[in-house]
Write a protein of this length. Structure first.
Lengths: 132, 132
DNA sequence: ACCTCAATGGATGCATATATCCATTGAGAT
DNA sequence: ATCTCAATGGATATATGCATCCATTGAGGT
C-alpha cells in the first residue's frame, strides 16, 4: 500500500516539517530517522527534484522544507515514490480487469470502501500535519 | 496489500468454487486464469497443503475444492500467501513503532479505519462467494 | 587560491517475489 | 507389468525494491 521508501520520505518530511526554519544535514536526518544514510540521500534528492525540499551544498549546507510544501497533501509524496496508480487506485482486489460496477467481483463494494478511505486519508493529510 | 501470488490463489479458488463437483487439471486452470502453468503448480500445491483444495495424480487427476473450503474466509488464503502480519494488520501507516492510541501519528485514526475495512472485507467474504 | 564540507549521481550489491525448467512420483488405462 | 498422464518438488532464472560504495560537484571558510 505504502512502500518502505515512501514511508521513509514521509518520515523525513515529518522531521523537516517540525523545524521549518532550520537546514538539516543528511547525516542528522539519517540518525534521527534510522534510515541508512546513503539510501536516504537518494530519497532527499527525489524530494528535491519534486520541489518538496530545498538543498544547499557544502559548508553549512543541508535540507530544508520548501516554502509551500507544508500545505501539499501526502498524496503528492506517494505519487513521487509509489507512482500514480498507487495513489489513485481504481483496481480490483482480485486483479480482475473485467471488474467494474456493472460486473462487480465478490469484494468490489467493500474494496471500493477501503480505497476511498485511503484516498481521503492521503488527500486530507498535509505534509505539515506530520510534524510530531 | 494483497500480493500478486495471493490474488492468483484467489482467482484459482474462484474457478474451483464455481465448479465444486469437478476435478480440473492444472493446465485447464492455467488457461482459464492466465497464470503461468509452472508457477500455478506451486500455488496449487500450497493450497493443497493448507487444506483448501484436494488433488489427485495421474490419469483423470487434477484439483478440486476441499469439502468445507467454501465456507473459509478469504483471510485464510491471505495468511497462507502473505503471512499473518498482512492479514491482521495493526501497523502504522508511517511505519512508526511508537505509534499507538496514546501517541498517534497524523494518520493514525484514518489508517485504522482503512485497516478495519480491509479486515472486515477479508473475514466477511468466503471462498464460495468468489465463484462468478 | 586552497581546503574542507556536504550534496549529487553513477555503478554495483543484496534480498525477495515472481517465473521457468526438468526430473520424480504415483495413479489409472491397457 | 507396462505405459501414459498429471501432480510433486528441487534447482535455477529474472525483475524489482532496498541498500551500499565511491567519485564528482559546488559552496563556504581560511
Amino acid at each position: 500500500m505504502i512502500s518502505r521508501t515512501a514511508r521513509y520520505a514521509l518520515h523525513v518530511l515529518a522531521i523537516l516539517a517540525a523545524r521549518p526554519a532550520d537546514r538539516l544535514r543528511g547525516e542528522e536526518i539519517a540518525s534521527a530517522t534510522g534510515i541508512p544514510v546513503n539510501y536516504l540521500s537518494k530519497i532527499l534528492n527525489q524530494l528535491r527534484k519534486a520541489g518538496l525540499v530545498e538543498s544547499r551544498k557544502g559548508w553549512g549546507g543541508g535540507f530544508q522544507l520548501q516554502a509551500e510544501a507544508g500545505q501539499r497533501p501526502i498524496r503528492d509524496v506517494l505519487v513521487v515514490f509509489d507512482g500514480l496508480e498507487s495513489a489513485d487506485r481504481h483496481d480490483c482486489a482480485l486483479g480482475r480487469t473485467a471488474c467494474d460496477n456493472e460486473h462487480p467481483c465478490a469484494m468490489h463494494d467493500e474494496w471500493a470502501g477501503v480505497r476511498d478511505g485511503f484516498t481521503r486519508m492521503i488527500t486530507a493529510t498535509k505534509v505539515a500535519d506530520l510534524a510530531q
